[in-house]
Each structure stands twice: as structure tokens, then as C-alpha cells.
Design a protein around this ligand. Structure first.
Ligand code: SAH
Length: 455
């Protein structure tokens, strides 16, 4: 991008026609070729915006006055949901959110010169209260213990009781824990002085089982009146089956520390997904939108076109959700996952579901694939479900050697998906269609399933 002199200054007020919505959900306005990203502004709207930040390539602004209104605009429930990033798309009507996500993938494909059909996004009937897991920070605000969310790019805690997209039972449990901390005069962690104990509260709830796990994340082992707190949680959250403490003494934004201790009950919760039972530990990844995860996995299984003779690899297998679903129809499944506790969960989950044609390995997916490639194994089907950064180049190299006929790519980041498909094409793969499934309504996150075959 050529450096140009910014046509705006900080604090200036400009009138902009919004031409597009960025992947972060910001309105895109232009002055000549210069881009201005504006919050709370939708495509087709004309707004007056105050400029907050200016760089040589683009600027950021906030809408102070809307001159025209998009038919896709939804009423904002609370500004806090935008300020904290909990729901950056709350001002966009849900059907338009689904179109936005489909279009984002189309745009990335077009940019990458990929000609792949992108289907309409599969949405939810009720796109609120879906999250089965919450991690909320705890902080003193004006000398009172509060739970809520940080304003974006800051450490200012906005107290919040209704988190909009979380299971309401989880919100209620967080209030119980917060009140127990208040009653017992616990000192929340203060990152500026490095003192205090409680940093975060993590809660997970089984969608079908209603089992709840509550994890107190603390800087210190010792927490004031811990026994009383645990007792009070037990009394007031009848669904709780597990209360744990995680010790994280580091000055970091990473939530969980290495040490996890059971305070009461069991060290996991159970839930069901596609009629399979899963036990889930605190450290293991588990899809946060359980009903949409079922839609996503159904789609993945459908396009995998599984044959009873198939040997399959499920890479980035977590607690084995996809692996076990595949194993019901395939001959043999190998799952590979980097988090040892998740692999333990996966092995155990195979056992409790009576599934024996599956094996799990604790390894980096790229290393495991490289090893298999040197052994000249025959693989018919490969499913991948990587984190946002997508597949490692060594992983794709190994795919090129192993040459599975069928591949299913589950992606939570269309930018790395497009990049990886480009690379897979060089090894003779063809991507047929992409099905977005809305796992994260009200947010800008985009999940999708893509079917690929070897030409
Ligand atoms: N398929 C599972 C998990 C998907 S999330 C499900 O749907 O529930 C992605 C998973 O990849 C996480 O469990 C994460 O721990 C794991 N992971 C991240 N990097 C990895 C790597 N390099 N190799 C193997 N697994 C990895």
C-alpha cells in the first residue's frame, strides 16, 4: 500500500457513506482512496463520525449521528456488548449477519482466485444465550468486587450480569460466585501491583446434561475462606458437579495456569453430542455452541461420504468428538491432538461409548502427519479442525505425500482456510463447496466446513 497523506485529523467530524462491513464488523467509509473504519455503522448508511485514530493507511472513527438507517439495522441491546467485544454485531439483524459471514468467505476466495461455491450460512432459531462456557475477569471497581468484561484494548472492567450470548444458567452461577467472593472478602488479583488472588471465574455447563463445572482461577494457592466459598457455591448452584481451582501466578493474559486442583465433586462434566457421551476436563477444548456444533458435525459427516472400509485421520481431535462420530461409520480412525489432557479425555470417551476402532495420539498434528507420510500409510479420509492459524506448511506437505482421496476442512478462520486451500490445490486437491455454520451469533467469528477431493 502506498503511503498517502491522511485526509482527516484526530477529533475531526466527517460525513461518510458506508460502503461495506469489515471482517471486524466495522463500517467502511472512504475519503478518496483513504479508508475510515467506523463503529456502529452499516453498509448503505450515511453517518457523521468523529475520528479517533489516524494512521498513514487508514483511520478509525465513532458514529456520532446517523443520517440514514439500513433496513438491516437491529436495535442495540446495550452499548456494553459492543464496547467489550462480547457482541460486535448486535446492531446487525440476524439474517443479515448470516449473509455477512457467507459474503466474507466469498470475498476471501475471490481475492485468492478460488472458484468455490459458498452456501448460505446455517443459523440458529434463537441466536442468544448459546455459549456453554464462560471465562469472566474479577476485579475491584470502586472497592467492590465485580465480574464483567474488559472494554476492548483496555483493562477497564465493565460490570455485567447478563452476558447476552452465554447460557443464562452460567450467568446466574457467576453472580453466585461473585457474591460468595464479596461475602468472604476475597481480594481480586490486581495486575498493576501483582497482589490479590482471584483473577477469573470459568464456568462450563452441559447443554443436555445440565452438569456445571466452576473453576476459580487464582494467583495464589490460598484464597480467603475458601471452604466457605465452596460450600456457598454448592448450596446455591445445585447443578454444580465440579468445583476446581486453577493456580496462575504469572503476569499474563493467558487465563489458565498449569496447576488444576479439585475442590469438590468430580474433575469433569459430561455432555452428549450426536448421541455420543463426552466427558470434558477443564483444560480440554469443547465447542462452545453445542446445538450448532451438532449441525457442523452432521455436515462434516455428510460430506465425508464415509465408507465402511475407510481408514480416517481426525487431526486436531480435541476430546474426540469428530473422531468418535466418524468411527461409527468408518473402519478405523486415528485422532491426533496436542493437549495431553484432551487426549486422555478422548481415549476415555471412546471407552464409555464402546467404540474400539479408534486410536488417539498426543502429538503435534504436523509431526504426526510427517511420521505417517514416511511410513507410507494408506489413508482414505482426512478431517482437520485446526485453530485460527490454520494448517502448518509441514502438515500440508505430509497431506501431499499421504494423498487421502477425501478431505474435510472445518475452519474457524476463513483467511487461513483460503490460504490452505490454495496450497492444497498445488498437491492436486480440489475444493467443492463451503458450508458456513454460525457457531458464534452476534460476533464476527466464522466457522465453515469445506469438502475437498484429490483430482
Ligand atoms: N475437533 C475438536 C477440537 C477442535 S479445536 C472439536 O471439534 O471439539 C482445535 C484443537 O486443536 C484443540 O483441541 C487444540 O488443542 C488442538 N491443537 C492446536 N494446535 C495443534 C497442533 N499443532 N497439533 C494438534 N492439535 C492442535
Amino acid at each position: 500500500m502506498a503511503k498517502i497523506k491522511a485526509p482527516v485529523q484526530k477529533n475531526e467530524i466527517v460525513t461518510l457513506d458506508i460502503q461495506d462491513l469489515s471482517y471486524q464488523g466495522l463500517g467502511v467509509g472512504k475519503i478518496d482512496q483513504y479508508t475510515i473504519f467506523v463503529d456502529d455503522a452499516l453498509t448503505g448508511e450515511t453517518v457523521e463520525a468523529r475520528i479517533n485514530k489516524v494512521t498513514s493507511h487508514f483511520a478509525f472513527g465513532s458514529t456520532i449521528n446517523r443520517l440514514t438507517t439500513s433496513p438491516d439495522r437491529a436495535e442495540i441491546r446495550d452499548k456494553a456488548y459492543t464496547q467489550t467485544g462480547i457482541s460486535p454485531l448486535q446492531h446487525l439483524a440476524y439474517p443479515a449477519q448470516l449473509k455477512f459471514k457467507q459474503q466474507q468467505i466469498k470475498n476471501l476466495y475471490e481475492k485468492a482466485n478460488l472458484n468455490i461455491e459458498v452456501k448460505p450460512t446455517i443459523g440458529m432459531h434463537d441466536p442468544l444465550g448459546y455459549r456453554n462456557k464462560a471465562i469472566v475477569p474479577v476485579k475491584l471497581v470502586d472497592d467492590v468486587i465485580q465480574t464483567g468484561f474488559f472494554r476492548q484494548r483496555s483493562h477497564d472492567l465493565l460490570p455485567i450480569e447478563n452476558f447476552l450470548i452465554q447460557d443464562p444458567q452460567i450467568d446466574a452461577a457467576i453472580i453466585v460466585v461473585r457474591d460468595a467472593l464479596r461475602r468472604n472478602h476475597v481480594k481480586p488479583y490486581d495486575e498493576t501491583t501483582g497482589t490479590g488472588s482471584i483473577r477469573n471465574i470459568m464456568v462450563r455447563r452441559g447443554y443436555y446434561s445440565h452438569e456445571m463445572m466452576i473453576v476459580l482461577v487464582s494467583r495464589t494457592e490460598k484464597i480467603n475462606e475458601l471452604d466457605k466459598i465452596v460450600h456457598q457455591i454448592q448450596q446455591k448452584v445445585p447443578e454444580a458437579v465440579s468445583i476446581m481451582v486453577n493456580i496462575n501466578p504469572k503476569n499474563t493474559n493467558v487465563v489458565l495456569g498449569d496447576e488444576m486442583r479439585l475442590l469438590w465433586g468430580q474433575d469433569h462434566i459430561s455432555d452428549t453430542l450426536l448421541d455420543l457421551t463426552f466427558e470434558i476436563s477443564a483444560e480440554s477444548f469443547y465447542q462452545v455452541n453445542p446445538t450448532q456444533a451438532e449441525r457442523l458435525y452432521e455436515k462434516a459427516l455428510e460430506v465425508a461420504d464415509i465408507q465402511p472400509t475407510d481408514i480416517a485421520i481426525d487431526a486436531y481431535s480435541g476430546i474426540g468428538t469428530i473422531s468418535l462420530a466418524l468411527a461409527r461409520q468408518a473402519k478405523q480412525v486415528y485422532g491426533v491432538e496436542i493437549v495431553p489432557q484432551a487426549v486422555e479425555d478422548a481415549k476415555h470417551n471412546a471407552e464409555i461409548n464402546g467404540i474400539s476402532n479408534v486410536e488417539f495420539f498426543a502429538d503435534k498434528a504436523e509431526d504426526y502427519m510427517q511420521k505417517l507420510a514416511t511410513e507410507d500409510k494408506t489413508i482414505d479420509l482426512l478431517t482437520v479442525d485446526p485453530p485460527r492459524k490454520g494448517l502448518a506448511p509441514e502438515f500440508i506437505d505430509a497431506v501431499g505425500k499421504l494423498k487421502p482421496k477425501k478431505m474435510v476442512y472445518i475452519s474457524c478462520n476463513p483467511a487461513t482456510l483460503a490460504r490452505d486451500i490454495k496450497l492444497l490445490e498445488e498437491f492436486g486437491y480440489e475444493a467443492h463447496e463451503t458450508q458456513p455454520v454460525d457457531m458464534f451469533p452476534m460476533t464476527t467469528h466464522i466457522e465453515s466446513v469445506t469438502r475437498l477431493t484429490l483430482k
